[in-house]
Design a binder for this molecule. Structure first.
Ligand code: ATP
Ligand code: MG
Length: 624
């Protein structure tokens, strides 16, 4: 079983390496050429050293005088070989480095691009930590063996050359070589096989330790307020202790094998000297040959380890590659169509849902996905405002996601200006409809960058206009550096209501023809909320009013809408004006009234504009 799996790892590891070579063939060729040059020169240098000893030094000792010319020639040749070896090393290192880092960069780009192509459903199944490590350490791990790969390939060529040259020299010495080199190779294989699981374990524990650390920092508030510091520390130190043990076991293995790997070639040299002495006595070889071979054994020991390095990295590489290719091969991306909507169209857009059904993918594939929306049909006519009202979990945010095509419906169609949104280009979709999500996301950047998002054609004038419409100009003007103020990671330096208005301004700055507000003003004062919506509905100075689909709870806000769609458990149960629904639909009246009462009670304690969101009605359960 074990050998089957490790053979499997070897096979798959080699195929990952093969892919690398296919992707960067020229650079790989440069690196391998450098490495082969180096290997052949190592053999040559052994023979030159042997020649110097046997043909210059020994005769000189016998004669009592040194042949200066011969010595100078030998020195010149050795120097030449050294220079060429430097060239070889340079080519190999440069090539291997280029190859490794280019592959890493290329795959990082591929993975992150893929993230953006993959649908929301995929992202919801994969946590942020995994995505980060896929793009980072998994890509790195996949291409780790690239660094020693050219060296290892060159070494294989060198070993073949060395054994060949041994046979040309003397069969008895060749037999010693045939024993020692494979033994060295085998020892390397055993070493890397033993090492691999230990390294893998250490790698996994490293990720776990940092995961726990990350979680406890992230959840510092909860940990502190719940008094869980001691337990949290214990959880962390248990895992840190495991990591320590894993690393010690790596070190212990190294302690055993490293000396063996050092010793084996010396034993080989010893064997060469013993066997060689007999062969010399029998006149089968010369002093030159004996010295050459003995020297060859000492210089070969180091390069052979390169093969071990590659083998040792293969399991990690395969594991990394598996995780990377899981992202690259993930399916379910939503291809865009090629229909474009006129970007300069001055009229508000029409949104229409026709018999839309939707179910989220279940967490585990074998479970059925529960129907979240069924037979949802409604229209937001051009320039009109439609309010979407419904108890928590009724599917309002899902409708919002479908409208901007974060997800595709399972049944039915979503139309934008009469075109199925699946047929629109990405640019048309983004340029026409803007969603202000229920949970605002603010980038760790300036106010200006958060509003413009680097979209072209949005100047400071437009930024201020958008901020004004979002009723955010007041607080931004009061910030120490105005538009240039950094808002901190996830906008931590802003209040909840300020964050919401900033993301609203971001949507408005793109001058969308359809605006979808998913509870986007829940954290602002009701008066401000009504003012924002009223401002959005009035044709603004800089352009026509957009069509608006607004998820809302507050009576004052809903009353501004031209029509109200009332959703319950994923179905449209009623539609009409606010007044009609209040009078005719019991559930609707209950919901709106319950929200109003809940909002009115704690009002006295809150300062306007900086209110804590009353959970935006999220927690209000309506009993019916
Ligand atoms: N990513 C998801 N995976 C699985 N189920 C989901 C997912 N998101 C929402 N749901 C489920 O779909 C249903 C509708 O959720 P949705 O977020 O659309 O409700 P909502 O009306 O926006 O609620 P709220 O008023 O609380 O924001 C809920 O039952 C919810 O549990
Ligand atoms: Mg919602």
């Amino acid at each position: 079983m074990t050998s089957r799996t490790s053979r499997d790892v070897l096979r798959r590891g080699l195929s990952v390496l093969g892919r690398a070579v296919r992707e960067q063939p020229r650079i790989f060729a440069v690196a391998v050429t450098g490495s082969v040059l180096f290997g052949l020169l190592v053999i040559a240098s052994a023979y030159v050293v042997g020649g110097v000893i046997g043909d210059v030094v020994v005769p000189a000792i016998e004669r009592g005088s040194v042949g200066v010319a011969a010595l100078a020639l030998a020195a010149g040749v050795l120097f030449g070989i050294s220079v060429l070896r430097v060239v070889g090393i340079f080519g190999r290192r440069l090539g291997a480095g280029y190859m490794q880092f280019r592959l890493q960069a290329a795959y990082r780009r591929r993975v992150t691009r893929r993230y953006l192509e993959l649908p929301l459903a995929w992202h919801q199944r994969n946590n942020t930590g995994t995505l980060l490590s896929n793009a980072n350490s998994d890509v790195e791990a996949a291409w780790y063996p690239i660094a020693p790969l050219p060296f290892a390939v060159g070494t294989l060529v060198m070993l073949v050359g060395a054994i060949g040259s041994l046979f040309l020299t003397d069969w008895a010495l060749a037999l010693v070589g045939l024993t020692v080199f494979p033994a060295l190779f085998f020892l390397n294989v055993v070493y890397s096989r033993r090492m691999a699981p230990r390294q893998a374990r250490a790698q996994r524990l490293r990720a776990e330790v940092s995961g726990i650390a990350h979680e406890s920092f992230d959840g510092a508030l909860v940990v502190k307020t719940m008094g869980r510091e001691a337990q949290e520390t214990a959880r962390f130190s248990a895992r840190a202790g495991e990591l320590r043990d894993a690393l010690i076991s790596v070190g212990r293995l190294r302690g055993v094998f490293d000396p063996m790997l050092e010793t084996l070639p010396s034993l080989g040299t010893l064997a060469v000297l013993v066997v060689g002495a007999f062969r010399l006595r029998d006149g089968a070889i010369t002093v030159t040959e004996l010295v050459s071979v003995a020297f060859l054994f000492t210089v070969l020991a180091f390069p052979v380890r390169a093969i071990g390095w590659v083998l040792a990295e293969l399991p990690r590489s395969v594991a990394g590659w598996d995780r990377v290719s899981r992202v690259l091969d993930a399916t379910g991306e939503m291809p865009y169509g090629d229909v474009t909507l006129d970007p300069a169209d001055p009229t508000p857009a029409t949104l229409a849902f026709a018999g839309v059904g939707f179910a989220y993918e279940p967490a585990e594939a074998h479970l059925p996905g529960a129907e979240v929306l069924s037979e949802v049909s409604f229209t937001v006519p051009a320039g009109k405002t439609v309010a979407l009202v419904g108890p928590t979990g009724s599917g309002k945010s899902t409708v919002a996601s479908l409208a901007v095509r974060l997800v595709d419906p399972r049944a039915g169609t979503v139309h934008l200006d009469g075109t199925d949104v699946r047929r629109l280009t990405a640019g048309s979709l983004a340029g026409t409809a803007a969603l202000v999500a229920q949970v605002p996301f603010v980038f760790d950047d300036t106010v200006r960058a958060n509003v413009t998002l680097d979209r072209p054609g949005i100047g400071d004038e437009d930024v201020w206009a958008a901020l004004r419409l979002a009723e955010a100009d007041g607080f931004v003007a009061a910030l120490p550096e105005g538009l240039d103020t950094m808002v901190g990671e996830r906008g931590t330096s802003l209040s909840g209501g300020q964050r919401q208005r900033l993301t609203l301004a971001r949507a408005l700055a793109g001058r969308p023809r359809l605006l979808i507000l998913d509870d986007a003003t829940s954290a602002v004062d009701p008066r401000v909320e009504a003012a924002i919506l009223a401002g959005l509905r009035a044709p603004a100075a800089h352009g026509p009013a957009a069509s608006i689909l607004v998820v809302a709870y507050r009576r004052a806000t809903i009353a501004l809408a031209d029509e109200v769609i009332y959703l319950e458990q994923g179905r449209v149960v009623a539609r009409g004006t606010h007044t009609d629904l209040l009078a005719t639909v019991g559930g609707y009246a209950d919901l709106v009234t319950a929200y109003e009462q809940a909002e009115n009670e704690p009002k006295q304690q809150r300062t306007p504009d900086e209110v804590t969101p009353l959970a935006s009605g999220l927690e209000i359960e309506v009993d019916r």
